[in-house]
Design a protein around this ligand. Structure first.
Ligand SMILES: C[S@@+](CC[C@H](N)C(=O)[O-])C[C@H]1O[C@@H](n2cnc3c(N)ncnc32)[C@H](O)[C@@H]1O
Length: 330
């Protein structure tokens, strides 16, 4: 069973509502200064596949580190949750392929006979895949996928179930908001959660700048392809005429702010048509800001929790000290 707020045909074809929002966001982003595209649009079928490959590549340490936390500390994590919530459902914001959360779900299945897992994702393909694959991997798992935006779908889960929730927001997805937007998002998140709900939230920690930069500039070029794929998606879904060969992937990391940002640089002066709706002019060397992956210190994580109105009640870090999954109470 799944829920979607978007008009989606049985075969997953995207129809008007979604296309209209995508078009509006693309034109608005490419008309702003500096130009930008929203990273949530990275995840079409090809983007999902590329991200799964990125997670496997040697330079991309966050997945390995968080996987270690979840595999080795899952009993402690679920034990901490049970201290506050004897019964709960699990909601996952931006579930992706659930390759890490499946281990937590396994532990919850062993402990609670009766709970529902609500994965939320903006990618329709992800929701379809999870609803098919997870009950095969975890027999008896009750799953209700929600296709749409994080907070809108979280709101729906509060209407679908009156139980308290363990909300998972893993993989450093919070890092895709700049530091100020992250505060506002966490405040909204706490308001949408019921009092007493718990949030397990992943943070990529500040570390040697080269290690971070390499993770977003892998030798196989997967991160480049992941960024460039959004231009292909805009061509396909919005009838645009980007020549992806005329854009160069340029990642940066600023250790002072913890912001790891990626850009696409226009290699020449050029014009790009977005269907019949807009024509965008690029100067040579002009950049499109594609994504931020914000890194945090432990002090910044604590401050974010308190500023957003959460009480931190647990912290689980991998052996190398690269990544933290924090348990916050709403
Ligand atoms: C970087 S992947 C991480 C997946 C997973 N959390 C993990 O730890 O492996 C981000 C996922 O969040 C989804 N996503 C991104 N922005 C979203 C939004 N605004 N609302 C819902 N899902 C979103 C993407 O489709 C993608 O599957």
């Amino acid at each position: 069973m799944h829920t979607t707020t978007l008009s989606t045909a049985a075969n997953g074809a995207i129809i008007t509502d979604h296309r209209h929002q995508f078009l509006t966001d693309v034109i608005e982003g490419l008309s702003s200064s500096p130009k930008c595209l929203h990273s949530k649009y990275f995840y079409d079928e090809q983007g999902d596949k590329l991200f799964q490959q990125i997670m496997q590549c040697p330079e991309y340490y966050p997945t390995r580190c968080e996987m270690e936390i979840i595999r080795q500390q899952r009993e402690e994590i679920i034990g901490s949750v049970l201290k506050y919530l004897p019964q709960f459902d699990v909601v996952e914001l931006g579930a992706g392929d659930a390759s890490k959360s499946i281990h937590l779900l396994q532990t919850v299945c062993n402990t609670l006979p009766d709970f529902t897992y609500y994965p939320i994702d903006i990618s329709w393909n992800i929701i379809q895949d999870l609803e098919k694959r997870l009950p095969e991997a975890l027999p008896g798992l009750r799953i209700h996928g929600l296709h749409g935006e994080y907070l809108e779908m979280l709101q729906q889960t509060t209407e679908l179930s009156h139980r308290n929730k363990l909300v998972l927001f893993m993989g450093g997805n919070i890092g895709n908001f700049d530091a100020r937007t992250a505060v506002n998002f966490c405040r909204e998140l706490r308001r949408t959660m019921r009092p007493g709900d718990l949030l397990l939230i992943g943070f990529d920690l500040k570390k040697h700048p080269q290690v971070i930069l390499d993770a977003y500039n892998d030798k196989q070029g997967l991160t480049r392809d992941f960024n460039i794929n959004l231009l292909h998606r805009i061509n396909r879904e919005l009838d645009a005429d980007f020549d992806p060969m005329l854009f160069h992937h340029y990642p940066t990391y600023d250790p002072a702010t913890g912001a790891c940002k990626s850009y696409l640089v226009s290699l020449e002066k050029q014009k790009v048509c977005i269907g019949k709706e807009a024509t965008i002019t690029f100067e040579k060397d002009e950049c499109i800001f594609m994504e931020v992956a914000q890194k945090y210190s432990p002090e910044e994580i604590q401050r974010l929790a308190f500023t957003a109105g959460f009480s931190p009640v647990g912290s689980f870090v991998d052996a190398s000290g690269c990544f933290a999954d924090c348990l916050w109470r709403g």
